[in-house]
Ligand binder design. Structure first.
Ligand code: HEM
Ligand SMILES: *[C@@H]1O[C@H](CO)[C@@H](O)[C@H](O)[C@H]1NC(C)=O
Ligand SMILES: *[C@@H]1O[C@H](CO)[C@@H](O)[C@H](O)[C@H]1NC(C)=O
Ligand SMILES: *[C@@H]1O[C@H](CO)[C@@H](O)[C@H](O)[C@H]1NC(C)=O
Ligand SMILES: *[C@@H]1O[C@H](CO)[C@@H](O)[C@H](O)[C@H]1NC(C)=O
Ligand SMILES: *[C@@H]1O[C@H](CO)[C@@H](O)[C@H](O)[C@H]1NC(C)=O
Ligand SMILES: CC(=O)N[C@H]1CO[C@H](CO)[C@@H](O)[C@@H]1O
Length: 301
């Protein structure tokens, strides 16, 4: 648990400067705006998105992406994608495989502001990739330098290729990102800008190649791939596997109807374990990017 300087106290110093969302809130919450503290900010944010709020003080409760919830009246349950219940992970084959991403100690290390208990777990790679990716989205000025490693994962379309995620699932995820940010004192204006950018970059089907991580160049980024997802105004479905038509992931255990229990975590333990993500990015999709509060926000229309 950590405590923070009051945002209200820091507000004046921060407001005068033209900083990215990452730099602005690193300064407000952790004072010194360096690589270590920027990475810590992303750790706090992503861990809260995943397991729900665990730091004090906070402005509001956050259920976290691993908790069951609803989004615009639809039930949402993302845990089966993270605990190995579904064969929804892309490891290069023509269909998904089951992977437990809670194998590095689950929620306990996240509550200590760590990604995992060990550096070889699936959990470690997922969480650190999320810190890095969201660090770029939020335009951390030290991204890619010593203390803030560059993103070392796959493009978003590939990473989520076998999940068949729909608008409710994506919306719930982005909502948790917003709740987590708000819980740390991020302003409504900044939260809205980030959520809008996330939705435009990842919330449409068949989106054309766009640069999110500069080192990776233009990549396919649609995370919402279910047929309920809105088709991108500049859709390039042929660039996606199966012309952009997603396949429903199969359960890891064929016990017909009953959920396999692959994590050994109790329902109460799993409900405090959540998912990840935050930010905005640079877009080349229409050759126009506007920077909102230092957050490079893609304007698709
Ligand atoms: C704004 C939306 C989202 C963003 C920016 C995002 C970002 C990411 C990133 C950066 C990774 C790491 C990929 C890698 O290591 O190669 C990842 C992996 C993953 N994401 Fe998302 N994600 C989003 C939405 C979702 C949603 C809605 C789900 C629903 C369950 C989800 C489930 C997962 C899972 C299970 C993995 C692990 C994949 C693997 O390693 O095979 N994500 N995501
Ligand atoms: C703030 O930064 C953005 C992006 O770098 C730039 O477009 C804008 O002109 C800057 N504003 C000020 C007041 O420096
Ligand atoms: C960043 O500042 C903190 C103090 O807030 C310090 O402990 C840390 O070593 C610094 N990191 C770098 C890379 O300078
Ligand atoms: C989460 O936040 C709510 C609202 O501030 C608070 O009541 C609750 O105690 C927090 N939970 C944890 C585990 O910190
Ligand atoms: C990582 O640590 C957890 C305990 O925190 C252990 O159960 C797991 O087997 C370890 N995984 C690897 C890949 O070493
Ligand atoms: C690919 O998908 C798009 C959008 O759903 C559709 O308009 C197009 O006809 C499809 N092309 C083929 C060859 O199936
Ligand atoms: C209703 C249903 O899901 N039935 C499945 C039960 O499991 C077998 C394989 O073990 C499948 O072939 C059935 O389709």
């Amino acid at each position: 648990m950590r405590s923070f300087k009051s945002l209200a106290l820091m507000g004046c110093a921060v407001a005068a400067q033209n900083m990215s969302v990452c730099d602005k809130y690193t300064t407000a919450l952790l004072m010194e705006n360096n690589a270590t503290n920027q990475y810590t900010l992303l750790t706090l944010l992503v861990n809260t998105v995943v397991i729900g709020n665990y730091t004090q003080p906070n402005k509001n409760a956050v259920p976290g992406i691993l908790a069951k919830g609803t989004y615009e009246g639809e039930d949402v349950n993302l845990l089966p994608y993270f605990d190995g219940t579904l064969k929804s992970s892309n490891r290069g084959g023509s269909s998904g495989v089951s992977i437990n991403f809670l194998d590095g100690g689950g929620a306990a290390p996240l509550m200590e502001n760590k990604p995992a208990n060990n550096e070889t777990s699936n959990q470690y790679f997922l969480l650190t990739h999320l810190y890095q990716f969201f660090g770029k989205l939020l335009a951390c000025s030290t991204y890619g330098s010593m203390g803030f490693p560059a993103y070392a994962g796959h493009d978003m379309a590939s990473a989520h290729a076998f999940m068949n995620l729909d608008p409710s699932e994506l919306g719930y995820f982005i909502q948790q990102v917003g709740l987590a940010a708000t819980s740390f004192g991020v302003t409504e204006e900044d939260v809205t800008a980030v959520a809008t950018a996330l939705n435009k970059l990842f919330g449409y089907r068949c989106s054309p190649p766009t640069t999110v991580i500069p080192e990776q160049g233009a990549t396919l980024n649609s995370i919402c791939q279910n047929d309920k997802c809105p088709l991108d105004a500049m859709a390039t479905c042929a660039a996606y596997p199966n012309n952009g038509t997603a396949m429903e992931p199969k359960p890891a255990s064929m016990s017909n109807g009953t959920m396999p229990s692959s994590t050994g975590m109790s329902p109460s333990a799993t409900s405090t374990m959540g998912g990840p993500f935050m930010g905005a990015a640079v877009s080349e999709r229409v050759g126009y990017a506007a920077v909102v509060g230092g957050l490079a926000l893609a304007l698709a229309f």
